[in-house]
Design a protein around this ligand. Structure first.
Ligand SMILES: Cc1cc2nc3c(=O)[nH]c(=O)nc-3n(C[C@H](O)[C@H](O)[C@H](O)COP(=O)(O)OP(=O)(O)OC[C@H]3O[C@@H](n4cnc5c(N)ncnc54)[C@H](O)[C@@H]3O)c2cc1C
Length: 440
């Protein structure tokens, strides 16, 4: 077995705070060369694991596989749609990651041999060997879930649920839409990436329409009957976007799940047989873990089961799955969650490779949503692994949520808190800080 370098072990233990500083270095396997950790996916989950490992021990060989040259965050892409941020301010290079001594391979992982412990890349003949593999590919869109929707249709009716070009396309369509047009959003059942994200987006598109295209409106069709931060969003729609946003939640009589779309005509048809013609359609389909997770045999249904103590795969040995691809029970699919999981994963890899006791992690999440200028609400909790019906599960403890009717000062404070979080998050993920957009 390959392990970490002996020389760095003490500093690493102190750095992660997971191993007693007085612990000896007598583990039998410590004599071998530096450990090789391969990470698939350079988003908040994968890049944060890479950073935590490399910070703890510069001698560990950390390879991060990511096909994109730059990463545009989905988080705060709604602020971009609303006109509160530029595209550049949510787009980050991997230069800062490389400066940390992380080997960033610009490629796409197409296969994993979990017996030989190697990863195959799309554009390289040689495979990458690993001691521990971290799989953090985020989501793929289930294009076959909605009749008429496809990758080609998404170029006309963007989902904008994976960062970058799709968010830019949706913004372009909003900017070029004739005033008086109808924007239609469709939202799937849980679980999906960022539970409150669609409603923050609705508010941000609502703000854009109110200020730039005042004769236009937004109709939202939702497959669910209840939604995240419901009181806050319903209040915001009533207060700021009356006559602009029409929110249709499903109920016992009407199922507002989208049944069919026609990218050519712009028609969106719900299961309740309501048809609307969109000038701009934002179709958010059901999702699943990135395809490499299926190729590596990590999936159960659409997502990857993990041990909530440390996010090791329950399917394949020496593999971790975290971020949106993992089944994290009560913990929502968010960048904040992914980064919290990343700290536990890095600590567990180090404990495992050095033969030290592995302790169950604890986790945290906060999701902020801006509902109008400098007016944000939040929801969050801590998460602890425990046993339920004989299975290890993650359960929320001490949950908190912004109330409807909060003062403007309180909402501005929450907005500023969220802007500060964005800066610190991208500094940790990409090693480059970005100046917050000024409070509007
Ligand atoms: C509109 C919107 C708003 C949001 N707002 C917030 C928010 O305010 N706060 C918050 O915390 N979260 C928010 N989120 C959620 C957040 O964006 C995701 O939860 C987060 O990006 C998940 O991180 P990840 O690393 O698991 O996946 P990703 O960010 O998707 O990163 C995965 C990376 O893996 C790469 N990849 C995929 N397959 C392969 C492969 N085979 N080989 C190599 N690389 C691969 C991809 O290119 C990608 O860069 C929002 C999401 C949306 C859509």
């Amino acid at each position: 077995m390959t392990t970490m370098s002996r020389r760095r072990f003490g500093g690493l233990a102190a750095g992660l705070g997971v191993i007693s500083a007085t612990a000896g270095l007598e583990h039998a396997a410590m004599a071998a060369g530096p450990a090789k950790i391969v990470i698939i996916g350079g988003g908040p989950a994968g890049a944060t694991v890479a950073n935590r490992l490399k910070t703890a021990d510069p001698d560990i060989e950390v390879t991060l596989i990511e096909p994109k040259e730059t990463y545009t965050t989905c988080f705060y892409s709604n602020h971009y749609l609303g006109g509160f941020r530029t595209f550049q301010s949510i787009t980050h290079t991997y230069d800062g990651v490389k400066k940390r001594g992380i080997n960033v391979v610009r490629d796409f992982a197409v296969g994993v041999d979990t017996v030989a412990k190697t990863v195959t890349l799309a554009n390289a003949a040689a495979t990458l060997a690993y001691d521990r593999l971290v799989v953090a590919p985020g989501i793929d869109i289930k294009f076959d879930a909605i009749e008429g929707y496809s990758e080609a249709a998404a170029e006309i009716m963007p989902h904008a649920w994976q960062g970058g070009a799709q968010a830019w396309l949706l913004k372009k369509k909003l900017l070029t839409m004739t005033d008086g047009g109808v924007v239609i959003m469709t939202v799937p059942l849980n679980p999906y990436r960022c539970p409150p994200g669609p409603y923050e987006r609705a508010c941000m598109i609502g703000h854009f329409l109110k200020t730039v295209k005042p004769k236009s409106k937004l109709i939202l069709f939702d497959a669910k009957s209840t939604i995240s931060k419901q009181a806050v969003f319903e209040e915001a729609i009533g207060e700021y976007y009356k006559g602009i946003i029409e929110l249709n939640l499903s109920n016992e009589i009407d199922d507002f799940s989208v049944a069919r779309v026609d990218a050519k005509s712009g028609d969106v048809v719900t299961k309740a047989a309501r048809t609307e013609r969109a000038a701009v359609a934002n179709i958010i389909p059901p999702q699943r873990a990135g395809v490499i997770a299926a190729k590596a045999g990590l999936m159960d249904g659409d997502w990857c089961p993990v041990n909530p103590d440390n996010f090791t795969s329950t399917k394949v040995k020496d593999v971790y799955v975290l971020g949106d691809a993992a089944i994290a029970d009560d913990m929502p699919k968010s960048a904040f969650s992914a980064m919290s999981q990343a700290g536990v994963v890095a600590a567990d890899i180090i404990a495992d490779l050095s033969g030290r006791p592995r302790t169950a992690g604890t986790y945290r999440n906060t999701c902020w949503s801006m509902v109008s200028a400098a007016n944000s609400a939040k929801i969050g909790a801590d998460y602890k692994p425990g046993t339920k019906d004989g299975h290890r599960v993650l359960t929320a403890i001490d949950p908190f949520i912004s109330a409807a009717g909060e003062s403007d000062d309180k909402r501005r404070e929450t907005f500023e808190e969220s802007a500060a979080w964005y800066d610190s998050a991208v500094t940790e993920i990409f090693g480059t800080s970005i100046t917050s957009a000024a409070a509007p």
